[in-house]
Design a protein around this ligand. Structure first.
Ligand SMILES: Cc1cc2nc3c(=O)[nH]c(=O)nc-3n(C[C@H](O)[C@H](O)[C@H](O)COP(=O)(O)OP(=O)(O)OC[C@H]3O[C@@H](n4cnc5c(N)ncnc54)[C@H](O)[C@@H]3O)c2cc1C
Ligand code: FES
Length: 282
């Protein structure tokens, strides 16, 4: 049951937090490291989001980009899209933001236990998936193996380049990334093509595999088709994240519905079989 509006811990009242660090990920995306002013941990689970606000502006849902196993701060990877995110990009360390949450259904960690885990991100989808990747990095005994695949439009759109390099040399993961196209002028010497090419090249025990997919809507159908070709055809073998425009973030306003489901509370993480038959879901 929602708490009262005048309660300072109400889910309707933003909690102040302070910006500790801000760094450029790409020309359009920045990484914000924050700490709650009231102390304590945010308490997110990988895949959850917060509603971010700046006084005088609207709120926007932003996924938490770090794992709860990394303590003392939380991180948001933010693309400059409109009013709120544009204003966020102007902020400096020491500035204050409002946060409600964490909200939403997280990645189903229990379902990944002892599995061959495929973590597949496209574009901005690496921000929420990074939380799960860090979790896998910090709890290696929980999973049989972890394969990270990431696709971006061009070399300059690649997010978390330093992390990608570290994940590539880590013994805990296999990690490959690819860009759709690389302009001749770029010094990028990595792989080019669509992310589906990387999936097709995987060798896994498909019966014991589980895939997590986070990316832009056009990526989902071809990626799902490729995962099925790989043998992930059973129930609860593919989970994915859906984004809808949100207002309240807590299942009250109805802005985020997909037929009978509320993206903010039933999701944003869904099993494929929960949503694939719903009109407009994918
Ligand atoms: C669960 C969830 C997690 C998200 N995580 C992140 C994240 O980690 N990093 C990040 O940069 N962004 C994330 N977003 C998207 C972000 O919330 C929107 O870009 C938001 O609109 C930005 O607010 P704004 O005021 O800056 O832009 P606005 O003034 O709202 O305008 C931005 C433009 O994006 C459109 N838009 C608004 N919401 C969405 C949406 N959900 N999907 C597609 N288009 C939208 C608007 O119609 C408008 O054209 C997430 C969204 C959801 C639902
Ligand atoms: S955002 Fe209000 S019901 Fe989901």
């Amino acid at each position: 049951m929602p708490q009262l509006l005048n309660d300072s811990t109400s889910i309707y009242v933003p909690q102040p937090c302070t910006l500790l660090e801000v760094s450029d990920l790409t020309p359009q995306e920045k990484l914000f490291r924050l700490r709650l002013d009231g102390g304590g941990e945010l308490g997110q689970q990988p895949g959850q989001f917060v509603q971010v606000s700046i006084p005088g502006l609207t709120e926007a849902p932003i996924s938490v980009a770090n794992s709860p196993t990394r303590r003392g701060y939380f991180e948001l990877g933010v693309r400059k899209a409109g009013a709120l995110t544009g204003a966020m990009h102007q902020l400096q360390p020491g500035d204050t933001l409002g946060i409600r949450g964490p909200f939403g259904r997280p990645f189903q960690l229990a379902a990944l236990a002892d599995k061959e885990v495929l973590l597949i991100a496209g574009g901005c989808g690496l921000a929420p998936l990074r939380s799960l990747i860090q979790y896998c990095q910090d709890r290696p005994g929980d999973f049989k193996s972890v394969h990270i695949l990431y696709g971006a439009r061009s070399p300059q759109d690649l997010l978390f380049k330093e992390d990608l390099e570290n994940w590539q040399i880590s013994e805990r993961f296999s990690c490959r990334y690819i860009v759709d196209k690389s302009p001749g002028s770029s010094c990028y010497d990595g792989e080019t093509g669509l992310i589906t090419r990387l999936i097709g090249a995987l060798e896994i025990d498909s019966k014991n595999g589980c895939a997590v997919v986070v990316g832009p809507p056009p990526m989902y159908r071809p990626v799902i088709a490729e995962l099925r070709r790989l043998g992930l055809t059973g129930k609860r073998q593919i989970m994915l994240s859906l984004e809808r425009q949100m207002r309240c973030g807590i299942g009250k306003c109805g802005h985020c519905t997909i037929e009978h489901l509320y993206c903010c509370t039933d999701g944003p993480i869904f099993w494929l079989e929960e949503i694939e038959h719903l009109r407009g879901a994918l």
